[in-house]
Design a protein around this ligand. Structure first.
Ligand code: NAP
Length: 247
């Protein structure tokens, strides 16, 4: 492989598991993180301990200048072969009639605009139209996009619905230029994201509602992400792939 994979939000959770799995697949990994430098450094150290190559780059995907910096650092590391748009946020449980404009702006800026801006930078580098050698983009959506998350966070669900639509559109836009674009829709996965939404035990509490009767692990999601990043998926684009235990 030997090309570079950028994983936004690669310091914890699904992003961390994806960074480790991408390195195993042979990618040199750029581990993006928002603020937890120690966690990002730990991912880099784990990759290097297995003879892989990785660097950590601070990048809040809600800030365009940070995204430009992330891609500049990646340019110095090698040819970009893959982007995983993993960074994403939830917020406190709330009904729509309780949501502030600030909350909605953050949700859409990080989850939607951030992913589209990262894809823009990736396409500029990967597209054969721009002299690139092709590549792969994987977007992290959520089954929330299909469930709507009423009474929990409809705004988050809507942001992931936008990711699904963006995935289909971008895939069709750049398929002939050598870029495959797909999305993964995780279900209830055991990561810190539930604590950041104010309820650390949320995934376990709802495990009974999953047809498989359990939550998923970050590694189970990462397995699907790296399959889409691999040559095994060479004819797969515009696909939205549920990793949700049947939810
Ligand atoms: P997580 O455990 O909360 O980890 C979030 C990661 O994203 C961290 O590395 C964090 O960096 C980074 N991050 C947060 N805000 C960021 C920002 N503004 N810019 C850049 N990076 C940022 O999350 P996760 O559960 O692994 O979720 C990863 C993705 O999967 C998200 O898109 C999420 O919506 C989606 N997803 C998760 C689940 C689930 O049940 N866990 C289900 C469906 C979809 P720091 O370490 O620096 O804070």
């Amino acid at each position: 492989m030997n090309s570079v994979a950028i994983v936004t939000g690669g310091s914890r959770g699904i992003g961390r598991a994806t960074a480790l799995a991408a390195a195993k697949l042979g990618y040199k990994v750029v581990v993006g993180y928002a603020s937890n430098e120690a966690a990002a450094d730990d991912v880099v150290a784990a990759i290097e301990a297995s003879n892989g190559k990785a660097i950590a780059v601070k990048c809040d995907v809600g800030v365009e200048a940070d995204i430009l910096h992330l891609f500049k650092e990646a340019d110095g590391f090698g040819r970009l072969g893959a982007l995983v748009n993993n960074a994403g946020v939830v917020d406190r449980t709330a009904r729509v009639d309780e949501m502030s404009a600030e909350r909605l702006a953050r949700m859409m800026t990080v989850n939607v605009v951030g992913s589209i801006l990262c894809a823009r930078e990736a396409v500029k580098r990967m597209s054969r139209k721009h002299g690139g050698a092709g590549g792969v983009i994987v977007n992290l959506s959520s089954v929330a996009a299909t469930l709507g998350s009423p009474g929990l966070y409809v705004d988050y669900a809507a942001s992931k619905g936008a990711i699904d639509t963006f995935t289909v559109g971008l895939a069709r836009e750049v398929s002939a230029e050598g870029i495959r674009v797909n999305a993964i829709r995780p279900g209830l996965i055991d990561t810190d994201i539930h604590a950041s939404g104010g309820e650390p035990g949320r995934a376990q509490r709802l495990a009974h509602s999953v047809p498989m009767q359990r939550v998923g692990t970050a590694e189970e999601v990462a397995n699907a992400v790296v399959w889409l990043m691999s040559d095994e998926a060479s004819y797969v684009t515009g696909t939205i792939f549920d990793v949700s235990g049947g939810r």
